[in-house]
Write a protein that binds this ligand. Structure first.
Ligand code: GUN
Length: 304
């Protein structure tokens, strides 16, 4: 039976450590602060941001939730970012994505002061990360590394194959794994004979955003699978394709009319030696790492 890598437990350990750091900073008169900008009323974004703000409160960080209407302009948001950059009580700035179509998201993200860029999306942080300099790394890939390390999964010299090349997950995950001395391959939609490449993986990171894309024949027996995908499925066909015979999932599906599946087909996990489940794997780490990044930003900005 493969080992299930419990993201909830790992995230909880990290949050406890962050709370401890917040406490010792408080003794120096420092309270790390996060500004969360939530534009409009995208339901998923509202849930995520609420959870981020609540976690700040739980761990003793200051937070400021700013909720511009979905008619906001790029100029208005730029003005807001400049003000947040200048505020001394704010160490981290998070602009929840996606933004409405009229907003120039890249322009906006590039306006965040790199030292307050706790999402790690700014090109300066991407550059620092790849150059091996101190950087705020994107939260989800940073969480992937924490899961591997805290679960004692060997990384040095291992073949790590990442499926997906996004700026937010795939590319930074590759850099972080490379810094840990893995041998790293990034695959994408144009990769030739993808299963032959993924079958080389001792560590397989799935971050393509396609439900159940990684099938059993793509997995090397005994590999560690990190499933970054969060895909909501609503059709009976999809449900049966992934979860036929799974009573617990059947109950969720009957109650909500949907369920969540990662980028890895559940049958593929059976071949692994360890894997992150969906939900309850990588997902919980994202907020934990956001908190860790905010505390780190607070310390870095003060030269601590
Ligand atoms: N939308 C979905 N995930 C994220 C994230 O990690 N950061 C931000 N800012 N927006 C998101």
């Amino acid at each position: 039976m493969p080992r299930i890598l419990d993201g909830i437990a790992i995230a909880s350990a990290i949050k406890q450590e962050v709370a401890g750091e917040v406490k010792s900073l408080a003794e120096k008169g420092i309270r790390p602060g996060l500004a969360a900008v939530l534009v409009g009323h995208v339901p998923a974004s509202e849930i995520y941001v609420r959870s981020k703000v609540q976690t700040c409160a739980d761990l003793g960080l200051y937070s400021d939730l700013i909720t511009p209407p979905d008619t906001v302009t790029t100029e208005e948001l730029l003005d807001l970012v400049h003000k947040l950059n200048a505020r001394d009580d704010i160490d981290g700035i998070l602009i929840q994505l996606p933004l409405p179509a009229q907003v120039d998201a890249k322009l906006l993200l590039d306006a965040i002061a790199p030292e307050k860029d706790v999402d790690g999306f700014h090109p300066v942080n991407a550059g620092r990360l790849q150059a091996g300099r101190p950087a705020l790394a994107p939260c989800t890939p940073a969480g992937v590394i924490e899961i591997l390390k805290r679960s004692d999964v060997p990384i040095v010299g291992q073949n790590a194959v990442i499926v997906g090349r996004s700026d937010i997950v795939g590319k930074p995950a590759a850099m972080l794994l490379l810094h840990q001395n893995a041998t790293v391959t990034i695959c994408h939609s144009k990769t030739r004979d993808l299963p032959a490449v993924t079958r080389q993986a001792d560590i397989l990171v799935a971050a393509i955003g396609r439900p159940g894309f990684i099938t059993p024949e793509m997995v090397k027996p005994g590999a560690t699978i990190i499933d970054v995908g969060i895909n909501r499925i609503t059709s009976r066909d999809d449900f049966d394709r992934f979860f036929a015979g799974n009573e617990k999932r059947e109950a969720t599906f009957a109650k909500r009319g949907s369920t969540i599946v990662g980028d890895v087909h559940p049958k593929a996990f059976e071949i692994a030696s360890a894997y992150t489940p969906v939900p309850g794997g990588v997902g919980p780490l994202t907020i934990a790492m956001l908190m860790a990044n905010t505390v780190r930003a607070a310390k870095m900005r003060r030269g601590l």
